[in-house]
Ligand binder design. Sequence first.
Ligand SMILES: Cc1ncc(COP(=O)(O)O)c(C=O)c1O
Ligand SMILES: N[C@@H](CCOP(=O)(O)O)C(=O)O
Length: 534
Amino acid sequence: MAYSCSLFHSSLASKSNFPLLHHRNHPKFNRPAPIVISCSSSSTFDPSSTTSSSNNNTPSPQKNRRLADENIRDEARRHRSTAKNTLSAKYVPFNAGPDCTESYSLDEIVYRSRSGGLLDVQHDMEALKKFDGAYWRELFDSRVGKTTWPYGSGVWSKKEWVLPEIDPDDIVSAFEGNSNLFWAERFGKQFLGMNDLWVKHCGISHTGSFKDLGMTVLVSQVNRLRKLKRPVVGVGCASTGDTSAALSAYCAAAGIPSIVFLPANKISIAQLVQPIANGAFVLSIDTDFDGCMKLIREVTAELPIYLANSLNSLRLEGQKTAAIEILQQFDWEVPDWVIVPGGNLGNIYAFYKGFKMCQELGLVDRIPRLVCAQAANANPLYLYFKSEWNEFKAVKANTTFASAIQIGDPVSIDRAVYALKNSNGIVEEATEEELMDAMAQADSTGMFICPHTGVALTALMKLRKSGVIGAGDRTVVVSTAHGLKFTQSKVDYHSKEIPDMACQFANPPMQVRADFGSVMDVLMKYLGDKAPKH
Ligand SMILES: Cc1ncc(COP(=O)(O)O)c(C=O)c1O
Ligand SMILES: N[C@@H](CCOP(=O)(O)O)C(=O)O
């Protein structure tokens, strides 16, 4: 960050097949005969289909365990059936009309449509619709909290809606997802008069941000492409810090080279050290994120480096599972609002897509209204919204404490507009002071959020104040990264040394002399101030 701190000194500036539900003949489910969804590794681990490692017939508490020399991948392989998978997905031009015939296999290396537009992953919805909403709800619910490969992941527990054709053997997963949906009881009550406010902690995750959800999908597909001998020597991205962390971790886990383009001196130390530690080839480039994005697009057009930014629509297939997870966590009840901080603008569309699929496939009957929240210092979508979608202009993004969304020319602008228009959505913005105050207020109620979540909370505060969001509205704020990645911003705030910022919720430590009297004095004053007034 450009801001300095003198008070605290930081030490560093398939053909795969589908698991069956156990109760597939339950009358509740209106589903066809079990010809299509054929059994592979059972999502809920059916002991009756397991070979026991024990040679005697004595019931043993370890009966359901894997064979001694088997790992969870082997186990999944052993349970796989040879029945034909009938689900599929392909790339199509984003928002193409029904007459469009352009499409590409997911095994092709393609990021743009023929006309240069965005792509989208299109699932065979007719095949998915052969199973009713109750079926999908029950299937997804049956997989939560298990270690069955790969369904223990919050992303791969929805595999049929993500990459239905990938072999579980090719999947690279850290069992990401299944993140906490936190009831923000005190924050909601104290600052907003709300009692149904929730924070989806997507940043409490393997590499500390929601990017893990998309990266497991992208790197798994790359793993498959490499096995298919497609020309992919490495995987690359431009990043404001989180995409690069996720890319390098998943590539390291799979033994695939990763290359990351970072804007020099514009990301946090915690973010910078992640790809370094994970063995990525790190280029620190004297430009901003938009400059890095332009470069990686040029480079990936020339070299056998696969592009890992969300321009690549595979990423969004993983990210959309966070929306499905929210519905699942509310026992398939739909919240009224979901607020998402936006930068390159892939995630807002991913949320829309996840909710929309749940509606189209009968898991829920409506979708929430979406709010995209931007930092005022990097607000091209906000300005576009304010112009009533009249004219989009990229901006030069200024420095913001929400450094991961310091993006002026978002690649997914069309996706974001589509998502907002089709969800009766809203765009809000947050100044530096607003986002930092909101972060400090949230932290003071026991959270430890990142500045981007502060942007989303500011949007909520504004919409509550204007009455757009009601006191009783069930609202979810998406927290996109772990607060521990952005400690310097908190240090700056609590040191009250940010130029032109009051830092009204700062809580700096008190320097005290090392003697009993001095310590007692400050404690007596503190306790006196805190004592209930009668
Ligand atoms: C922490 C964090 N929050 C929010 C975003 C915004 O997501 P998107 O670029 O998909 O809009 C990003 C990345 O851009 C991010 O790293
Ligand atoms: N915040 C992102 C910016 C790039 O976004 P992406 O989703 O297109 O990869 C980051 O952490 O790099």
